[in-house]
Design a protein around this ligand. Sequence first.
Ligand code: ATP
Length: 309
Amino acid sequence: MVTVRVPAKVNVQLGVGGVRPDGYHDLANVFFAVALGDEVTATPGDGVTLTCTGPDADAVPLDDTNLAARAARLLAAHHGLPAPGVYLHIAKAIPVAGGMAGGSADGAAALLACDALWGLDTPLDTLLELAAELGSDVPFALLGGVALGRGRGEILEALPVSGTFHWVFAVADGGLSTPAVFRECDRLREESGTGATIEDVPTPDADPELLAALADGDPVALAAALSNDLQAAAVSLRPSLADTLRAGTEAGALAALVSGSGPTCAFLAKDADSAAHIAAALRASGTCRTAHATHGPVPGAQVVSAPRP
Ligand code: ATP
């Protein structure tokens, strides 16, 4: 039996370029791994089977579309294993369809767990390539820390960061579909007259002030530099998110933003005590289902228990 712990992510910058002819957007995506995470346990089994526990477990598909199951099959195919056998259990703490890349995290965790269970010793570079095949947010869940993602987000460069930052995540009832939020972002750009194509929108790049704040470990400077080009679209689709963002700010957050495509909202706190206070205030505010205080950056997917050799 092998258990892998894997972090969720928040985008401290999510710059969205114009829509490309292939339908994708170029992104300047600064991923930040937080301690709030899932655990995926791999046990020998017949075929690829899956169970999931946690508050959102009912929303997680247990068929072949689950990213953990897809990861197991992809790794087996890569190594030419004729009949992969693994039972995967996901202990899910990351909100589902919450803009924190929970499915991608489970895909990364399953790659690592199956690799250890099957004794394959796949080099990290190869795991990162397989991860990119599974989805653009999967490689970062393997890498962790803080990283700049370019292209669709899958071309990663680790970034220097000092110290620990304290975060609160307010979990909404129900998810938001990532493609729907991108479509709404395009629609809002068309509506405002700026246009939504690569001719209309400058290619986004990492914000130097944000990178300096991370390298300096300065939460006040990071708070001033946080940005998410999908935030207006997420709030347009779910107007109640404005109330959640306001409740966290009123409770003393240095900054509030929608996490990725939402609907989870992220709040940067000045320290751990402030984060605990903001989380309690958000839970009491009635503007979210629950709220978690956590911290980061933390490493990517890691084996936390495995059989003795
Ligand atoms: P992102 O931030 O990468 O856009 P997200 O956090 O908004 O993603 P996920 O939790 O990854 O969203 O889930 C999106 C959809 O993916 C779910 O609605 C579900 O149908 C599907 N899915 C596939 N595998 C998983 C998994 N292991 N955990 C959760 N959802 C999964």
